[in-house]
Design a protein around this ligand. Structure first.
Ligand SMILES: [Zn+2]
Length: 486
């Protein structure tokens, strides 16, 4: 594995740049996580899967990646919706944090090195805000503490805003707002009378601070947690494109004002998932739930659907696209099935003839084209094309008696590339030796019943296995089995 050849599109410079971390071989990466106020939906996961892809690719390229993804468990929305649900905010956000983590696992998204919660960092946030006030970049107003964006000359550079015309005298208390509202933003919000009342018998709503009881604004949380866990300068900061403004713009202003150093070396932003031509989002109410999709399609189809399109290109959720992803993923997986079956067959072909050489050449060629595509700003769409070509070459080779040494080499390469995409990780359901032996014993029992023409008992064994997710297939060589992934 070699480092130092991956290009990433950096939002700040609006160009693809060769990726080089600050410290050779090590990557400090941060991805903005979810605000936990509802079950995650299909739209949220495009950016999480893409961040996972980036991390996996850097690891494949030999980097040691430390990745942090935060969980926002205090903000306007968690306060509002926990009240609506009549539930303490802590229980409310914990429930949705669990549901988010379950979603990550279901989609084979590798867990981050840490998932810090905003409420665990309130003291550090207060200290950070105090330092900003001391530097004259923040001020106390009647409803909270605000960052004075006039004090940060580069404000808005990330999103390419022209601020020469704007003289900011207005303040923005809300966490989310659009580009038409370039205003000083809240670092600390004093609790409203309702929030104060709620906080009397409920933790997690208001905290003591030098500026009355209140809570942090959303943007300060990421500046504080990145600094605490990764230091002043991050190699990569990733997130959905909607975070460029105001969230990331504000993170930069806060962090660089405090440290005087560059906050982030590469800004990676992921396009929204669309549905019927609109951004899929909870607030627009046009979302498809995660469970709804996983009830119909495999997790691999789901990942394939996201990765089949480059992360900066538009992607529309449709049933047809999901069906087609399922079919394409199955084709790739079928090659793994064939390769595994080959390894179980007796070794009869020891030739290293023209067919073998041709296969090895092709595998090498498609591996190179896969790597080149991924190094080009994670072009997973083109990379997957190479994988299909490799799969075709392997399938073709396996139509006659294969040389097992050669297929094993092909299998290793094929597998290692699938791993960078996080596909088919739950193959075999992680069956250990004992599980395999138990399944084999039950298959023998079923075959014994069949020989005795006791089909009722034979079917019973098969059905019980099916209900556990183990499917059987009878063929000329006997009975094979597979743990279905769901
Ligand atoms: Zn963030």
């Amino acid at each position: 594995m070699t480092t130092g050849q991956t290009q990433l599109f950096d939002t700040m410079t609006r160009s693809k740049r060769l990726f080089e971390p600050l410290e050779p071989g090590k990557v400090k990466m941060y991805a903005c996580g979810p605000t936990v106020y509802g079950d995650p939906h299909v739209g949220n996961f495009r950016s999480f899967v893409s961040a996972d892809l980036l991390r996996r690719w850097l690891e494949y390229r030999g980097y040691e990646v430390t990745m942090i993804m935060n969980v926002t468990d205090i903000d306007d929305k968690t306060i509002r919706d926990s009240a609506k649900a009549g539930e303490p905010i802590k229980e409310f956000t914990q429930r949705y944090t669990r549901s988010f983590l379950r979603g990550l696992d279901a989609l084979n998204i590798r867990r981050a090195t840490a998932n810090p919660r905003a409420t665990e960092y309130i003291q550090q946030m207060i200290t950070f805000i105090q330092a900003l006030i001391e530097r004259g970049a923040a001020y106390v107003a009647e409803d909270g503490v605000y960052f004075d964006i006039d004090k940060y000359p580069d404000y808005g550079r990330l999103s390419g805003m022209d601020l020469t015309q704007s003289q900011t005298t207005e303040r923005m208390a809300k966490d989310e707002y659009d580009k038409e509202s370039v205003e000083d933003f809240a670092l600390w919000k004093k609790s409203t009378p309702e929030e104060l009342k709620r906080s009397e018998n409920e933790p997690g709503i208001a905290w003591d601070s030098p500026w009355d009881k209140g809570r942090p604004g959303w943007h300060i949380e990421c500046s504080v947690m990145t600094r605490d866990l990764l230091g002043d300068t991050l190699d990569i900061h990733a997130g959905g494109e909607d975070l460029v403004f105001p969230h990331h713009t504000n993170e930069i202003a806060q962090s660089e004002t405090l440290t005087g150093k560059q906050f982030v070396r590469y800004w990676v932003h992921i396009r929204h998932l669309m549905i019927n031509g609109k951004k899929m989002s909870k607030s627009l109410g046009n979302y498809v739930s995660f469970d709804e999709v996983l009830a119909k399609y495999s997790a691999d189809a789901f990942r394939y659907f996201y990765l089949g399109t480059h992360y900066r290109r538009p992607l529309d959720y449709t049933e047809d696209a999901m069906k087609s992803a399922e079919g394409s993923a199955k084709r790739l997986e079928n090659t793994l099935d064939l390769l595994e079956a080959t390894q179980k067959a007796p070794d009869t072909n020891l030739d290293l003839g023209p067919r073998e050489r041709k296969l090895l050449d092709e595998v090498e060629k498609y591996r190179s084209s896969f790597e080149a595509a991924m190094d080009d700003d994670l072009d997973s769409h083109t990379a997957i094309d190479s994988l299909h070509a490799m799969s075709g070459a392997i399938n073709e080779y396996l139509t006659t008696t294969p040389n097992k040494g050669v297929t094993l080499r092909a299998q290793r390469t094929y597998h290692s590339l699938l791993d960078t995409l996080g596909l088919f990780e739950k193959r075999g359901g992680g069956a250990d030796k004992l599980t395999e032996d138990l399944i084999r014993t039950l298959i023998d029992l079923r075959n014994h019943y069949r020989k005795e023409k006791n089909y009722k008992s034979a079917d019973e064994v098969r059905n019980r296995l099916t209900s556990l997710g183990v499917t059987l297939a009878d063929n000329a060589e006997g009975t094979s089995w597979k743990i279905e992934r769901k």
